[in-house]
Ligand binder design. Structure first.
Ligand code: NAG
Ligand code: NAG
Ligand code: NAG
Ligand code: NAG
Length: 489
């Protein structure tokens, strides 16, 4: 079994519950009934740019936020909806008005119009959201997608900021400071907090949408947010984050936002997330933050288990709130999702953009030229997870780097997602640890996608469960999802 040996060399393989009762099996997973302590919050996506351009497309809302089969006219295909239930709405930083007749936004020469998100607070002259300092009709496309998502069943909404409003910034440039340093003076922390909490309050009162969380930063400790940048961004070192969080808490309290928590702090990698979190917990009232957010751009490396331990110790939920890569086959993403589920153990997993080029998008397209094409293989790979492991389920831990699993305890549905990166081989899923499993001969439903795109969320061949064990061959570079009903922990 050369494949097994090579996988054992990988660090994540240490987590495998590995045994081989059947000589013909290349890999056996004996499931334990050890459930992760918190329920799964779901799968999501950040809106920002793609929804700024394509937010009014109802078919796109159907594709992303329902599990319906939806005709996708740009590519003349029918897509199985991803059924995401989480979205991250980006509070814009740009506006094109003059303040006091003279002061105007300074824009980087390199930021495309599609990435300039229009903000609601025009000038800072009044904090009263009903005054002419605020324009609540801007950013219509992103808001339309958010509300269409809610109508379709999305139930978890994060308000996030890439940069404070331009007029709060030292150089009036929402892409960053010239050297990538601090661009928001401390005297403006309160205005940033007022801006975000006012949007959440206005949404609750006028749009019928309650934000679950507010995230005031985006990869804040990174030094790549510069005035010549290609997007909105703002650097905050960890101690600045720790200073701003209590002010945000206070402004949220002042507006009665009791159902909204603060998430922090969307750092780029697990390493930086851990560093910033240490500083935040040292100097901030713990109860001010309700969730640890991290981005997953460290790929398969980084201190996943340390970050999980830190979140558990602080009694916090933990999200991988942003991930993306350029591998349009989805293989890289699947490996990262599985490493996350087994080791980081996040409560939710969020992809960055639906529409993008160069393999980054789940649907290929270009926001700068208004172009939409077909779904990438990565789209179908993500569907293998999002359509089956649903919000409210419990993840089973102690599985492996290529087999993850979750259970809906109420309906008795067990979901298994298995990936085979080696030659075709036999998989055994041993469910005998469960107190109840389906009778011998019960058919198990399955769906599969391979990196070559020969199977795109295709229905798997018939397979049955016998004596609590499911055995089948999975082809190379294939991800296969199984649903087994009638399982009791
Ligand atoms: C399962 O995950 C929970 C946290 O969600 C943890 O408390 C428990 O120790 C884990 N068990 C194993 C065997 O990893
Ligand atoms: C506009 O003028 C007011 C009143 O003088 C001042 O408080 C405010 O800071 C000015 N705004 C900007 C962005 O310069
Ligand atoms: C508010 O924003 C809308 C949409 O961008 C724009 O049409 C309108 O002119 C703005 N209103 C004011 C008072 O600036
Ligand atoms: C749809 O998109 C896929 C993936 O990009 C491509 O392979 C296929 O040829 C496209 N089909 C049509 C009809 O454009």
């Amino acid at each position: 079994m050369p494949g097994v040996l090579s996988r054992l060399a990988a660090p994540a393989a240490l987590l495998w519950a590995f045994n081989l009762p059947f000589t013909y099996a290349d890999q056996t997973t004996k499931f334990t009934t050890d459930l992760q302590s918190e329920t799964w919050n779901g799968w999501g996506v950040s809106l920002a740019w793609w929804a700024n351009i394509f937010g009014d497309r109802e078919d796109l809302a159907d594709v992303v936020f329902t599990r319906d089969s939806t005709y996708w006219s740009p590519n003349s295909t029918t897509l199985p909806g991803l059924g995401l239930n989480i979205l991250r709405y980006n509070a814009g930083a740009c506006s094109w008005n003059k303040i006091n007749d003279t002061v105007k936004m300074v824009a980087s020469a390199n930021i495309p119009a599609a990435k300039q998100i229009e903000g609601y607070w025009l000038d800072g002259l009044s904090t009263d959201p009903t005054s002419s300092s605020w324009n609540w009709t801007v950013d219509a496309n992103q808001r339309t997608m958010m509300l269409n998502a809610q109508t379709r069943g999305a139930d978890t909404f994060e308000l996030f900021s890439n940069s404070p409003m331009w007029w709060q910034l030292s150089n009036l440039n929402p892409s960053g400071a010239s050297g990538g340093g601090i661009n928001l003076p401390a005297s403006q922390y309160q205005n940033h907090a007022i801006y975000l909490s006012s949007i959440a309050k206005y949404s609750q009162d006028n749009w019928g949408l309650t934000f679950t969380s507010i995230e005031a930063f985006n990869e804040p400790a990174s030094d790549w947010w510069v005035s010549t940048g290609t997007q909105e961004g703002c650097h905050f070192d960890a101690s600045s984050q720790a200073s701003l969080i209590p002010i945000l808490h206070q402004e949220m309290q002042a507006r009665g936002l009791d159902q909204t928590i603060i998430a922090a702090s969307d750092e780029n990698s697990f390493d930086v997330a851990l560093d910033s979190w240490d500083t935040i917990t040292e100097s901030t009232e713990k109860s001010y933050v309700g969730r640890v957010n991290t981005h997953g751009y460290q790929g398969l490396s980084g201190p996943r288990s340390d970050l999980r331990a830190a979140a558990t110790e602080a009694g916090q939920l933990l999200w991988d709130s942003e991930y993306g890569d350029s591998d349009g086959t989805g293989a890289t993403m699947v490996q990262v999702i599985m490493a996350d589920i087994t080791t980081l153990q996040p409560n939710a997993w969020v992809y960055w953009q639906i529409i993008d080029g160069g393999g980054w998008g789940l649907i290929d397209g270009d926001i700068t030229t208004n172009t939409l094409n077909g779904a990438t293989t990565k789209y179908y790979m993500l569907a293998q997870f999002t359509r089956h492991i649903r919000s409210g389920m419990r993840i089973l831990n102690g599985t492996s780097s290529n087999v993850v699993s979750a259970i809906d305890e109420e309906s008795g549905t067990l979901v298994i997602v298995a990936a085979n990166w080696d030659d075709d081989q036999e998989f055994n899923f041993d469910l005998t640890a469960f107190s109840k499993v389906p009778a011998d001969g019960t058919k198990v439903s399955s769906w599969l996608t391979d990196t070559a795109g020969d199977n795109l969320y295709a229905t798997g061949d018939s397979v049955t469960i016998e004596k609590g064990i499911i055995s089948l061959s999975i082809a190379k570079d294939t991800v296969q999802t199984f649903e087994i009903s009638g399982v009791t922990v």
